[in-house]
Design a binder for this molecule. Structure first.
Ligand code: SF4
Ligand code: SF4
Length: 56
């Protein structure tokens, strides 16, 4: 199960730089995780200042 970003995202961009497989990109109004690329490493979740990233 891939990680997901909730509507709480404030588009700070911190998570994108932490992803080892480049699965995170800016989407429409918030950042989004490509579920097909995510390897469930969890690195992104710890970087989010608003706790918007969780395992889906
Ligand atoms: Fe990238 Fe890991 Fe976050 Fe998946 S859990 S989006 S692989 S940093
Ligand atoms: Fe959004 Fe959190 Fe990623 Fe920042 S770190 S872009 S608030 S999901």
């Amino acid at each position: 199960m891939a990680y997901v970003i909730s509507d709480a995202c404030i588009s700070c961009g911190s998570c994108a730089g932490e992803c080892p497989v480049g699965a995170i990109a800016e989407g429409d109004g918030k950042y989004e995780i490509n579920a097909d690329a995510c390897i469930d490493c969890g690195s992104c979740a710890g970087t989010c200042p608003v706790g918007a990233i969780s395992q889906g």
